[in-house]
Design a protein around this ligand. Sequence first.
Ligand code: EPS
Length: 387
Amino acid sequence: MFRYLTAGESHGPALIGVLDGLPAKLRIDVEQIDAVLARRQGGYGRGKRMKIELDQVEFLAGLRGSYTLGSPIAVMIRNRDYKNNRDMMDPVTGHGQPLTNPRPGHADYAGALKYRQRDLRNVLERASARETAMRVCLGEICAQFLQALGITTRSYVHRIGPVEAGEIDEFSQEDVEKSDVRCPDPMAERAMIEEIDKAKAAGDTLGGQYVVRVDGMPVGIGSNRQPYTRLDGVLAGALMGMQTVKAVEVGLGADVASRPGSAAHDPFALNEDQVVRTSNRAGGIEGGMSNGQPIVLRVSVKPIPTLVRALPSVNLQEMTTAPATVVRSDVCVVPAAAIVGEAMVRLALVQPVLEKFGGDSIEETLENLVRSKAAAEVLFDRSTTEA
Ligand code: EPS
């Protein structure tokens, strides 16, 4: 029903994205897409490439007068760095010195063997996280669809290397935006920046964790019908589909393993006639379905594998030991990864949301949402159940 594709090499002419299956008549705020693209480019610890790029979306199809047509949406983001790399990356005549020493932790080695490439550039150009600019662009289009239904997604950075922020239940978007590392805890923020400086001076890199939170989720998105329809699996799969991600936790996540059942679940209570929960340890998902609480996901990101102080590797052409290839790179991408994580969650939510509410136009989707909420409200209403 809903799918998307991206294409593009890191130093090629452009990134391309196609979204198919969004309803018609949704108003798209194009300036807002560019604002989110700029947010992904920021964050303390980024390298020099971000001074070259100025990511902006160009719509090629699926939009007229700022409204979706229901036809496939096609978008492009040009790579400004292409003009500096044309000889190397021209789709017809591109050529250059082969890269030969795979970076431990990168796609270089497995990709070289898989695609039978003697030049690692033919692997790393697509493996590069440059492609996440397009995911953020497509994710923001999805965010505008979800927002029309009252569903919003936010994120903050919880850890960079050894520095962990305090437990944060509520956070203001303003505090996140103000922070160079997208962390709303000012003490932790300062320590995170120091760690990034230290890693840079040592020719090293740093990973971390970010939290994505979804508010306004209607109950019953996703299903327990089949393993692949469970919302937790769908979201974890989408987040693990990002470069650098090594673990995804829902609610208490790995901590749940050490707790007794009495401290692992979310008791029910009554507040007047409303069923409420006294905690959100499940992170908003039970039985593979949204339960109406905020969805809370914690994502662990590895330190990027391009180190200035290169790790031991081999030169595959000469079969000699040699340090890994060093290319221009970032020291820490966790703040940018948080923005990409939000995008992945948004992209992953559209299909299960449309499965529940359907609609060829946004009006129809909204009508179905209103009907569904009204039906849920009277399901256990005593006056109707007693009748
Ligand atoms: C990346 C390496 C760097 C990053 C890039 C991801 O690119 P370059 O080799 O051109 O300096 O800047 O990230 C982006 C270009 C971006 O837009 O985020 C890598 O190897 O993954």
